[in-house]
Ligand binder design. Sequence first.
Ligand SMILES: Nc1nc2c(c(=O)[nH]1)N[C@H]1C(S)=C(S)[C@@H](COP(=O)(O)O)O[C@H]1N2
Ligand SMILES: [Mo]
Length: 205
Amino acid sequence: MADKFISRGFVGKRREPEAAKANRIPPGQYLTTDFPVLSAGPTPRVSLANWSFAIEGLVKQPVKWTWDEFLKLPAQTFVVDISCVTKWTKLDTKWKGVSVDTLFEHVELDPKAMFVTAFAEQGYTTNIPLPDLINGRAFVAYEYDDKPLAPEHGGPARLVVPGLYFWKSAKWVRGLRLMEKDKSGFWESAGYNNHGDPWKEERYS
Ligand SMILES: Nc1nc2c(c(=O)[nH]1)N[C@H]1C(S)=C(S)[C@@H](COP(=O)(O)O)O[C@H]1N2
Ligand SMILES: [Mo]
C-alpha cells in the first residue's frame, strides 16, 4: 500500500496510457527504448570547415549554406516518433534543427518540382515525394536529446522524416535536390519501397 502511494507521488510526468501509446506504433513494429545504429558503411569523418548544405535542382537559384550559416537559420525543437523498416519504433525522440519549410523559404521552387533526392556523404541518397517533406513534416537536425548529434546517428546533421520509414532520414545529409520525376535512392534501388509509409507497411517494392 505505502509503496504504491509513494511511487505514484514520484511520477513527475503523467504517464500516457499504454493503449494510447499502442496507437502510435505502426503495424508490424515493436517498441524500443534504445537507439540502434544502422549504417550501410562506416561513419564518415565530417569536417565542419568543409561542410555545406545545398538546395539544388528545380529551383530558380540554388542555395548553399556553410555550417556557421546553417546554425544561424531559425531552429525548432521537434519531438517525433521514428520507425525503422527492421521493425523497431521509438516514440518521442527529441531533436533540434531547421524545418525543410524554413530551408525552402530561401529558394523559389519550380512548379514542376514533385520529388526530392536527399543526398549525403559517401554517396548515400534517398528519394522522397515533395509533399512528405513540407508543411512541418521534415527537418534537418543537428541536436539529439539536447546534445550535438552523434556521428553514428548522422552528425553533424541529418534529415529526419518522421512520417516515413527511417531509411528516408539521411544521415550526414548534405543537400536536397528537387526533381520532376521520382528517382530511386540507395535502399530503394536495393528493393526497399519507393515511398515507405510505415502506416501502410510500405516496406519493400
Ligand atoms: N547516409 C546514410 N543515411 C542513412 C543510412 C545510411 O546507411 N547512410 N541508413 C538509413 C537507415 S536504413 C536507417 S534505419 C537509419 C538509421 O539511423 P540511426 O543509425 O540513427 O538509427 O538511417 C538511415 N539513414
Ligand atoms: Mo533501416
